[in-house]
Design a protein around this ligand. Structure first.
Ligand SMILES: Nc1ncnc2c1ncn2[C@@H]1O[C@H](COP(=O)(O)OP(=O)(O)OP(=O)(O)O)[C@@H](O)[C@H]1O
Length: 250
């Protein structure tokens, strides 16, 4: 686990309005680096929207988002995945390693190692040559997570990674998540699964687009409890250090 106390992502007074609907309202959140943050809350609370904001794939209507990460991997819900891809499991996982290599450049030794590790961690070795479209739902979910791991990201985002999976598959996915956090990778997951929530270092509960319960993550040593630069003691409550100290690399 990393010793860094600088947040991997910092959200300040974030609003997201979707077709006139307030999906997120005044969200202040620091995502601690090298930890597992789990977003919880009822259906429609704004969890997926918040995950997309942290990923940088969802523009905010108001507020600020800062990330201090080099590479982000976003593993979507199963339902978002096409089942007609004419590719093997290994090829799907290898896509995760394309990132900095680009589509037409050969995958080098380091990236091949990441693909092999990801296949191994998710128990996909025996399925590596199988067409993705022939897999069961749980096998696809493991494959998509392996693709995310192969990315070599320092911020891994998971939308309901264990929903609908059997106990053994869920446990394997939880073990893979724990292994990533142990390596210092920041993981943020949306989950209704109590077994995943129980693993969280940082639990964030949402209701109707607002944070209900977001305990302040570990503060940077010497940082003030409230940051006057935010202009709000409430907003400062979830800040770790001053925003100006966070480099935006992701
Ligand atoms: N394109 C859209 N237009 C209008 N409202 C939207 C749109 N997309 C999402 N919403 C609404 O925004 C709110 C937050 O949606 P979001 O998907 O983030 O919730 P969630 O907590 O992830 O829900 P679930 O647990 O059901 O997946 C919901 O009320 C949803 O109906």
């Amino acid at each position: 686990m990393t010793t860094s106390h600088q947040p991997a992502a910092l959200l300040e007074r974030v609003d997201v309005v979707l077709d006139g609907h307030p999906a997120l309202v005044g969200v202040d959140l620091a995502v601690p680096a090298g930890r597992l943050t789990v977003l919880t809350g009822p259906n429609g609370a704004g969890k997926s929207t918040l995950l997309e904001v942290i990923a940088g794939t969802r523009p905010v209507t108001a507020g600020r988002v800062r990330r201090d990460v080099d590479r982000v991997a976003f593993v979507p819900q199963r339902a978002a995945t096409s089942d007609r891809l004419p590719v093997t499991v290994r090829e799907v996982v290898t896509v995760g390693a394309w990132g900095e290599a680009g589509l037409w450049r050969p995958v080098g030794r380091d990236r091949r190692r990441r693909v092999a590790e990801a296949l191994d961690l998710l128990g996909l070795g025996p399925l590596a040559r199988r067409p993705f479209g022939e897999l069961s739902g749980g096998e696809r979910q493991r494959t998509l997570l392996a693709q995310g791991l192969a990315r070599g990201a320092d911020l891994l985002l998971l939308d309901e990674p264990t929903t609908g999976l059997d106990a053994a598959t869920s446990e394997r996915i939880r073990d893979a998540v724990v292994a990533q956090v142990a390596r210092g990778i920041t993981v943020v997951g949306v989950s209704h699964d109590p077994a995943v929530v129980a693993l969280a270092d940082h639990r964030v509960e949402l209701s109707e687009g607002r944070l209900v319960d977001a305990p302040t993550p570990p503060a940077r040593q010497g940082a003030p409890a409230d940051d006057p630069s935010t202009g709000s003691t409430d907003a400062g409550r979830h800040n770790v250090g001053r925003p100006a100290e966070i480099s935006r690399t992701g």
